[in-house]
Write a protein that binds this ligand. Structure first.
Ligand code: XIL
Length: 354
């Protein structure tokens, strides 16, 4: 109760206790709200970040929110660092969009979570439409990692090195990497990234690992195995794409984040969004509110959890409607730029408790 009263008091003060900069006051419907990153920082220096796609940089309103470092302390390029974007033709590298992503983050003093190198998705046709031998695919992988990681060296806080490598039953996903190279492709990828950028934190990132189930146990075994082999792996990212009817509880998330942390890595929620059925129902918005707050609280309550990244913040630009038919409105701001109740619930979760 105390924290709620404090929150209400703070909101009434226009967030001035946190020295909201002029940019935060520009939001017409959001002028009294403190920025999420400012509040997250009060919790042992954690960050609150977002994914951002370079295709929206011409939207000045959206860009001003994105580049408000009071709101976001970290940025993840949503698509521009994926293989199909960076090496669309074999040996032909294109960093234009990704450079723009990184530049926008740097202008705003935000760190960059670089995303992602080895994934079964987001691959160009030249990789998926031909048959490779173990040797040729390893060479393709090393060349890609060398070029991309070297290009961004010094600019990435972290790299999501391998993304989504585990099946629901805990076995390895049968990707082109696994089928051609074998499970060794995973350790190889981490070793290659460590070679070309020894300073970036190397993450394993996946979805569906937010509560203890076979997939989570598989991911835990994968990271444990890498560690035991002496492979450099520094972090685990729990993506956090949740339909309201199927979200993990606060306790689930604390347990899983801690289980990964026990392996000796840092942890983070890396792609949080919470989708409701469209048309939106009041009850589901209430569920969404609680789920967002629980996720942020879970991170703050696990010492090894260093931050939370939302997968976008503005409903019209969310990936959800295009990917999960019938669902949407997954982000913290509605199309008219009203902050959702989830925003205020996160504020309450982050305010100092005394
Ligand atoms: C998604 C993007 O948001 C979409 O724009 C794109 O069409 C497909 O990829 N897990 C991940 C992210 O690690 O890279 C995905 O991003 C969402 C699921």
């Amino acid at each position: 109760m105390k924290s709620v009263a404090f929150a209400v008091g703070l909101l009434a003060m226009g967030g001035t206790a946190f020295a909201a900069p002029a940019s935060a006051l520009d939001y017409p419907t959001n002028s009294t709200r403190p920025g999420l990153n400012s509040l997250m920082k009060l919790n042992d220096g954690r960050y609150f970040g977002t994914a951002a796609s370079a295709v929206h940089f011409n939207d000045s309103k959206w860009l001003s929110v994105l580049q408000d470092s009071d709101m976001f302390g970290s940025m993840t390029p949503e698509n521009s660092q994926k293989w199909e974007a960076t090496e669309p033709e074999r040996g032909l590298f294109d960093f234009a969009a990704a450079d723009l992503n990184v530049q926008k983050a740097q202008e705003a003093g935000q760190m960059v979570r670089c995303h992602t190198l080895i994934w079964y998705n987001g691959l160009p046709d030249w990789i998926t439409s031909q048959t490779w031998t173990n040797e040729t695919l390893i060479a393709v992988m090393e060349n890609h990692i060398k070029e991309v990681v070297t290009h961004f060296k010094g600019q990435c806080y972290s790299w999501d090195v391998v993304n989504e490598a585990v099946n629901d039953d805990g076995s390895y996903r049968e990707t082109i990497w696994y089928n051609t190279i074998g499970p060794e492709y995973i350790a190889m990828a981490y070793n290659m990234v460590a070679k070309y950028d020894p300073d970036a934190k190397l993450y394993y990132n996946d979805y569906g690992i937010e509560f203890i189930n076979n997939k989570t146990l598989g991911a835990i075994a994968l990271v444990k195995d890498l560690k035991e082999k002496g492979v450099k792996v520094d972090g685990v990212g729990i993506q956090g794409h949740y339909p309201v009817v199927l979200a993990p509880s606060y306790e689930d998330q604390v347990e899983v984040l801690q289980r990964f942390a026990d392996l000796g890595v840092e942890v983070a929620t890396t792609e949080l969004d919470v989708f409701v059925e469209i048309p939106e129902k009041v009850e589901q918005v209430a569920m969404q509110t609680a789920i967002y707050a629980d996720s942020v609280r879970a991170c703050v309550d696990v010492p090894a959890c260093i931050g939370v990244t939302v997968w976008g913040f503005y409903d019209p630009y969310s990936w959800v409607p295009g990917t999960v038919p019938g669902y949407g409105n997954a982000d913290l701001f509605w199309a008219n730029w009203t902050a959702k109740p989830a925003y205020d619930a996160i504020v309450n979760a982050l305010l100092p408790k005394e």
